[in-house]
Design a binder for this molecule. Structure first.
Ligand SMILES: C[S@@+](CC[C@H](N)C(=O)[O-])C[C@H]1O[C@@H](n2cnc3c(N)ncnc32)[C@H](O)[C@@H]1O
Length: 255
């Protein structure tokens, strides 16, 4: 039976790749890469670097295809994303069928960890559920950008005994519920924390975590957000793309 591995490769530093992932990488015959093109192509290059660095020997192939387009103008966000997942599943199924031997092992390398804002497990699930291919699959965890953020700021994400909420910039623009004290924000194209009650939060911000371009800023949101906005737009202009994550921690009066 064919096997697919969904391998988390960590969010930036090649040394975030775990020993389990290295062992898994070395069993792969074909790596499937859906290239988003443009600046995101840099992430494809980083995946290639990881194969070069960790795979012994060269008896593997990399099959690269352009990622299907997602309809970003569609009014129904959920439906548009589901439609995109189906297109990715159809494409991957066809590639597995034509590029992977009946007893071969294929892999998708996922930035960070597959459990966090990534479609790979859903896409492979769809293929398995479709039943047209006999496929076994396994997920190898990786270090997320959220863990990298916490480590680089030397903080715990939660206050003592408190929960942690992980969300997107899109959701944050609706405000922060009063009972949320620790909010991690990802996928934020426009620094949505500028629109919340800045006096009530501290921020721990990190861009390009784990890479040589990493930038870290922390402090009272109202005092540092202007600096973050300036750094962010400068870095985005220089590199052509931005990838940042941050923790908002509510300031509560000390007992
Ligand atoms: C599609 S999600 C993928 C998350 C990934 N699966 C993970 O485990 O971190 C992309 C978002 O992750 C965050 N991210 C990923 N890598 C990052 C990095 N090296 N530095 C800062 N943020 C990062 C950003 O918020 C970015 O918008």
């Amino acid at each position: 039976m064919r096997k697919m591995l969904v391998i988390g490769i960590g969010a930036g530093n090649p040394e975030y790749v775990t020993i389990q992932a290295v062992k898994a990488l070395n069993t792969v015959d074909v790596f499937f890469v859906m290239d988003k093109g443009g600046v995101k192509g840099e992430l494809t290059r980083l995946r290639r670097d990881i194969c070069d660095r960790y795979v012994e020997g060269a008896d593997y192939r990399i099959v690269e295809v352009p990622d299907p387009e997602r309809d970003r103008g569609a009014p129904a966000y959920q439906a548009a994303v589901e439609d995109w997942h189906q297109k990715r599943a159809d494409l991957l199924e066809q590639l597995i069928d034509t590029e992977l031997a009946d007893d071969g092992c294929g892999a998708i390398l996922v930035w960070g960890d597959p459990s966090l804002y990534d479609s790979a497990t859903r896409v492979v699930d769809r293929i398995v559920a479709g039943g047209r291919l006999q496929l076994d699959y396994e997920v190898i965890p990786g270090i997320t950008s959220v863990q990298a953020l916490a480590a680089r700021h030397r903080i715990a994400l939660n206050g003592i005994g408190q929960p942690v909420h992980i969300t997107t910039g899109r959701q944050l623009s609706g405000g922060v519920a009063e009972d949320l004290d620790n909010v991690v924000v990802m996928l934020d194209g426009g620094l949505a924390c500028q629109g919340i009650d800045q006096d009530s939060f501290d921020i721990y911000w990190g861009a390009y975590l784990g890479t040589e371009d990493e930038i870290l800023v922390s402090g009272h949101l109202s005092e540092v957000v202007g600096n973050i906005a300036t750094l962010r737009s400068g870095a985005r202009a220089g590199k052509g793309w931005m990838m940042d994550t941050y923790l908002l921690r509510r300031r509560r009066p000390q007992p």
